[in-house]
Ligand binder design. Structure first.
Ligand SMILES: NC(=O)C1=CN([C@@H]2O[C@H](COP(=O)(O)OP(=O)(O)OC[C@H]3O[C@@H](n4cnc5c(N)ncnc54)[C@H](OP(=O)(O)O)[C@@H]3O)[C@@H](O)[C@H]2O)C=CC1
Ligand SMILES: O=C(O)C1=N[C@H](C(=O)O)C[C@H](O)C1
Length: 233
């Protein structure tokens, strides 16, 4: 496939290397909003910055170029993007975390929240740790995890960053040099605790998941998730 990389930073470069190994051609790599013709690409992969992602994906929809986006911190505009994608008959996959392990971890989190829903002694908390260049906090992955718990657990209605309030899931965000991404969900009672953790050893897993998603999306129309790509029911 001819791939456009919208965002050529840490992730863009990691995806470029893996895409070449998988036999793809990189026809656009850009850190800017303008100055390229997106229609020459078979598929676009957006790992840019929160302020740019919405415009990047809309440009792809309007040019009927399927687009995979992993950029976090722009999800207030996600529903608008979905509407435009459907109007323009585009193709779109967004994931706050493309690693195959996290796609499974999201399912474990949902199942654990269901099991904990009636156990009033346990309080949940989320911790995420990332490298110091990360622009957004909490991470997109932590927000996805919190939202799934809120959907399943009657005690929680919202999440809070670095503060604890009633009916709220506390999320702690830590920034430590060179950490690719670590997420832990903990349920603690006065007598014991249960934690599940996903740790990204490097960025290869995110890149692999994004490329698998792009290969799957090519030739399709509609809005999908990684559960569709990996056939998780
Ligand atoms: N979903 C997932 O699995 C993952 C998501 N991410 C997310 O992906 C995003 C990128 O991460 P990462 O590569 O580490 O970040 P980087 O900062 O290394 O790269 C982002 C790049 O986007 C560029 N950029 C700025 N404006 C635009 C624009 N208008 N169009 C295209 N590119 C632009 C920046 O250029 P300049 O420096 O010149 O401003 C920079 O090179 C983040 O939001 C991060 O949270 C990261 C890893 C995994
Ligand atoms: O910025 C990053 O690096 C990452 N961002 C994503 C997020 O915000 O969840 C995914 C991953 O944890 C790496």
């Amino acid at each position: 496939m001819k791939i456009a990389l919208l965002g050529y930073g840490k992730m863009g470069k990691t995806i470029e290397n893996l895409a070449k190994q998988r036999g793809h051609d990189i026809v656009i790599k850009t850190n800017k909003e303008t100055g390229y013709d997106i229609s020459i690409a078979d598929v676009a992969i957006d790992f840019s910055v929160p302020d740019a992602a919405f415009n990047n994906v809309v440009k792809c929809f309007k040019n009927r170029v399927p687009v995979v986006s992993g950029t976090t911190g722009w999800l207030d505009n996600y529903n608008k993007a979905v509407s435009i994608c459907n109007e323009e008959q585009g193709a779109f996959i967004y994931a706050s975390n493309f690693s195959l392990g996290v796609t499974i971890f999201f399912e474990l989190n949902t199942q654990l929240a269901k099991m904990m829903a009636n156990l009033k002694d346990y309080n949940v908390s989320i911790e995420e740790v990332h490298h110091t260049q990360k622009l957004d906090a909490p991470s997109g992955t932590a927000i996805t995890l919190a939202q799934s718990i809120i959907n399943e657990h009657p005690a929680y209605q919202k999440w809070n960053l670095n503060t604890e309030t009633a009916h709220s899931i506390p999320i702690t965000a830590k920034r430590i040099a060179d950490v690719s991404g670590k997420h832990t969900i903990s349920y603690s009672s006065p007598t014991d605790s249960i934690s599940i953790t996903h740790n990204a050893n490097n960025r290869q897993g995110f890149a692999q998941g994004a490329l698998v998603a792009a290969e799957w999306l090519y030739g399709k129309t509609g809005v999908f998730t990684m559960k569709d790509v990996l056939k998780i029911s």
